[in-house]
Design a protein around this ligand. Structure first.
Ligand SMILES: *Cc1c(COP(=O)(O)O)cnc(C)c1O
Length: 233
């Protein structure tokens, strides 16, 4: 009997569920990328998912990227999805090609400057706090987010790709779809305002990716449904 790891079985299930959600939404499956969130799991877990064909992985801490990136093949595409402190920007840009969590002007300008120094062009998403919960990072939806987006559009060393959000924990389907639809609406307004395409909407996690795909997610960040429940984080 061929050996199938739990991780690769979970990955197959998640990919099937993503395909079903895309089909139901009348969307092309190629528009939705899975970012497998490996935070708190060891490099060996990432290697298992990689050998099952998964290439994009997300971490929420620079420290974990520092541990895992050198231990794993270079063909992996790394996404930093968690809050980024200014003093870790240089390391983050050396380790990850995508940053989903740009949430202040100060951080954006620092990323632009350090990217210029390093000669890299990171793909950037602006994090938006759609629900207005105080516990969440991100620019408030509306004028604040628009101002940050206009600034991002002028930064020459970054590749501004779109927006990211986290939905409120425990919201019902209607509430979730409302939050995701508002992020899409904001992206559409910013695209018109800046003249940029801004193709990416990073939204949806293990508990709510179906609703996110229904509202236009192009990147779903899924951890526990692939790797199992975490003890912390
Ligand atoms: C942990 C995390 C995820 C994945 O959460 P799961 O519920 O395990 O799928 C997605 N996005 C961010 C920003 C995270 O920190």
């Amino acid at each position: 009997m061929p050996f199938t790891s739990q991780i690769s079985a979970n990955l197959d299930m998640v990919l099937d569920a993503i395909a079903a959600a895309a089909e139901k939404a009348g969307r092309n499956l190629t528009e939705v990328k899975l970012v497998a969130v490996s935070k708190t799991y060891p490099a060996g877990a990432v290697a298992e998912a990689l050998s099952a064909g998964q290439l994009s992985f997300g971490e929420n801490r620079v420290q974990e990227l520092e541990d895992k990136v050198p231990a794993l093949p270079e063909r992996i595409e790394w996404h930093l999805i968690g809050h980024l402190q200014g003093n870790k920007v240089r390391k983050a840009l050396m380790l990850a090609s995508w940053i989903h969590s740009v949430d202040t002007q100060k951080l954006l300008l620092k990323i632009d400057r350090v990217a210029g120094e390093l000669g890299v062009k990171p793909k950037i998403l602006l994090e938006v706090n759609v629900s207005g919960e105080e516990s969440k990072f991100g620019q408030a939806i509306g004028d604040d987010a628009m101002r940050l987006a206009r600034l991002a559009a002028k930064c020459g060393n970054i590749d501004f790709q779109g927006l990211m959000t986290m939905a409120p924990f425990g919201a019902d389907e209607r509430g979730l779809r409302g939050v995701f639809a508002r992020l899409r609406g904001l992206r559409d307004r910013i695209a018109v305002d800046t003249g940029l395409a801004l193709p990416e909407l990073s939204m949806g996690m293990s508990a709510d990716f179906v609703e996110a795909i229904a509202e236009g997610a192009t990147m779903v960040r899924i951890g526990s449904a692939i790797f199992g429940n975490r003890v912390q984080n």
